[in-house]
Structure formats: C-alpha cells, structure tokens
Design a protein around this ligand. Structure first.
Ligand code: HEC
Ligand code: HEC
Length: 294
C-alpha cells in the first residue's frame, strides 16, 4: 500500500491514495441528490416537530403549534356520529321488549338492522335466517333450549353457553357410553326409544316400551318426565322433530355414547347493549311462526 491521492484519468474522480497490488480505490463523493434529500428531510423534521405533537415530557408532551390532538378528534367524531344517530336507536334504548314488539314501525327497523347484525355475527354458526345446522340449533324453529322470552334470549346472548363468562349457561349432556354409565345394549335400546318418541310425536306414556324405565332413570332428570326438555338444564325436547345434532338412530347413539357440550360464545364484550337488544328481538321475531311449544 503506497502512494498519495491522484486523479483517475478515466472517471475524473480522486483516488483515496490506498493501493493494493496495483488496485486503487476511487474516492467517489456522495451524490448531490442524496445530500439534497438528507438535508430536506432533516429540515422537514425540524419544521414538523414545531407544528405537531412530538416529544414526551414526563406527564405531558410538546403539543406543537397546530394543537392537533387525536383523542379530541376521535371524541368529536363520536359526538358527531351520535348526533346523526337515527331516532329509532334512542327508542330501542328507552323502550322495553314488549313496547318495542307492539310498535310495527320500530320492528321494521329491528328487522332491517337485526338482519345485518345476525348475518355478521351469528349466521356463521346458526345459518342464514337462523336455519341452523349440525351442532347449531335452528333459532327460527322456536324449539328453545333455555326459553324464547326476550328477557331469556337476551341473557343467553349476553353470557353464552359453556362460555368463559362467570354467569354462563352450562349445558352438559353426559357421555353415558364413554363414561360407562350405561352399556352399549342399553344405549341402543334408548336410541330406538328416542327415535320412536319423536317420529310418532306421541306422549311418553304411550311410548312405554323397553326404553321407558331406562329413560325415567337416566334421562328424565334433565329432559323432563315427559321428555319435552327443561329450560333449567338447557336439555332439548326429544319428542319434536327439531334436532341440534340429528334425529337418526346412529347420531342419537353417538350423542348418548360421547355426550354433547355445545358452545355458544358470550356477546357481552363483542356487541353493545343496543345491538344485543336489536338481535334479541330479531331472534324472537324470526322464531315466531316456528313450531316450538315453549
Ligand atoms: C361459534 C358458533 C356460534 C355463534 C357465532 C353464535 N352461536 Fe348461538 N349458539 C351456538 C350453539 C352451539 C348453541 C347451542 C348450545 C347448546 O347446544 O347447548 C347456541 C345457542 C344459542 C341460543 C339459545 C337458543 C335456545 O334454544 O335457548 C341463542 C338465543 C343464540 N345461540 C343466539 C345467538 C346469536 C344472537 C348469535 C349472534 C350474536 C349467536 N347465537 C352466535 C353457537 C353459536
Ligand atoms: C345432566 C343433564 C342431562 C342428562 C342426564 C341427559 N341429558 Fe340429554 N342433553 C342434555 C343437554 C344439556 C343437551 C343439549 C346438549 C347440547 O346441545 O350441547 C342434551 C342433548 C341430548 C340429545 C341431542 C338432541 C339433539 O337435538 O340433537 C339427545 C338425543 C339426548 N340428550 C338424549 C338423552 C338421553 C336418552 C338421556 C338419558 C340416557 C339423556 N339425554 C340424559 C342434558 C342431559
């Protein structure tokens, strides 16, 4: 390594003066355009610090000459939105369920906005229009597990079923086979019995076959003496033709063998009081004309 800086005849730039085995290094200056951008962005940042909120100072911060405050902007937006909110929303907050149901104009709004809320939040499980599907009850059928009065529906929607809400509704269909409470043969008898119950829609006394004693001993406590379900336990009516999991012998056997613990999310954290109120009425309304018996 030797020699001083010299001008390179090809590029016209100076060399650094370093040389390795005859290879010299050019001292290429930083292009002007780069300096230009560095300096302008630096000046812009100075200018922006002065105008905008920038530096934290313990409890406060440099507010900037323009006095921009995002929190205030959000608050203003919310206030403007509330002022623009249509009057029916205020009615929903003010009135109770019975008064709302008696008001056809308001119910028109409930149906319109409820349909959107239902589509966004509930239809993925309960099906469009509440038609249900395997594992998800058909809300439109009106065959309620926990009850179909608006106040009851509102509570189910608020806390969920087998959810992590402290007041959640708890739904436990025991696993009679897996947990060896009943034998396979007994479960087969019971499956046939449940199929017969619903297929014939007959009163349980008439259906007294082989399965009746087993049913009375193992099932009636939750499903009721008449097998028509109990809102206290969330156990479904087994005499109708509305099924959550399925009413064929095989599916019923699976239900009895492995049990069922349906999960319905809680909505208290995800939907506002107002939206839940609208949805409650929407669900109650879609079930009207259903063939539920509660
Ligand atoms: C992740 C799936 C899922 C979503 C989403 C969901 N549900 Fe449910 N829901 C269920 C299941 C499963 C059950 C039945 C639980 C059981 O089997 O005991 C249920 C039960 C219910 C019940 C009780 C019905 C009765 O017979 O008592 C109501 C009411 C209800 N859902 C309303 C809603 C509403 C309103 C929404 C939308 C805000 C919604 N659900 C969203 C899964 C869901
Ligand atoms: C501890 C209460 C409890 C007992 C005891 C019980 N069940 Fe259930 N059963 C339930 C609940 C709750 C459900 C709803 C489970 C769900 O949807 O996740 C259910 C669901 C079912 C279903 C599914 C219905 C459908 O719509 O798909 C059948 C069938 C059934 N039970 C039959 C029986 C029979 C038969 C017995 C007696 C051997 C029995 N259950 C005992 C609580 C009980």
């Amino acid at each position: 390594m030797s020699g001083g800086a010299e001008r390179d005849p090809l590029t016209g730039h100076m060399t650094t003066g370093h040389e390795w085995n005859g290879i010299k290094e050019l001292n290429t200056p930083v292009p002007r355009i780069v300096w230009f951008f560095l300096i302008t962005t630096f000046l812009f940042s100075l200018f922006w610090w002065v105008l905008m909120p920038a530096w934290p100072l313990g409890h406060t911060y440099t507010k900037g000459l323009m006095g921009i405050d995002q929190r205030q902007m959000v608050a203003d937006d919310l206030r403007r939105a509330a002022e623009k909110a249509p009057p029916w929303r205020a009615e929903v907050i003010r009135l109770d369920y019975a008064d709302m149901q008696a008001d056809p104009v308001l119910m028109e709004q409930v149906r319109r906005h409820g349909a959107v809320l239902f589509g966004d939040n509930c239809a993925a499980c309960h099906g469009p229009g509440g038609t249900g599907g395997p594992g998800f009850p058909a809300l439109a059928a009106g065959a309620w597990l926990w009850g179909g009065a608006p106040e009851v529906l509102a509570e189910t929607i608020r806390v969920g079923i087998n959810s992590d809400h402290p007041d959640t509704r708890v739904s436990q269909m025991p696993a009679f086979g897996r947990d060896q409470m009943l034998t396979r043969a007994e479960l087969q008898t019971l499956s046939g019995y449940v199929v017969a119950l619903s297929a014939l829609e007959m009163p349980i006394e008439v259906a007294q076959g082989n399965g009746y004693a087993l049913f009375a001993a193992n099932c009636a406590a939750c499903h009721g003496e008449d097998a028509r379900g109990m809102v206290e336990t969330g156990a479904p009516n087994l005499t109708d033709n509305v099924w959550i999991y399925g009413g064929d012998g095989e599916t019923i056997f699976t239900t009895l063998f492995y049990g069922r613990q349906g999960h319905m999310p809680r909505w208290d954290q995800r939907l506002s009081d107002l939206d839940r109120k609208v949805l409650t009425l929407y669900v109650a309304d879609m079930a009207e004309g259903g063939h539920g018996d509660r």
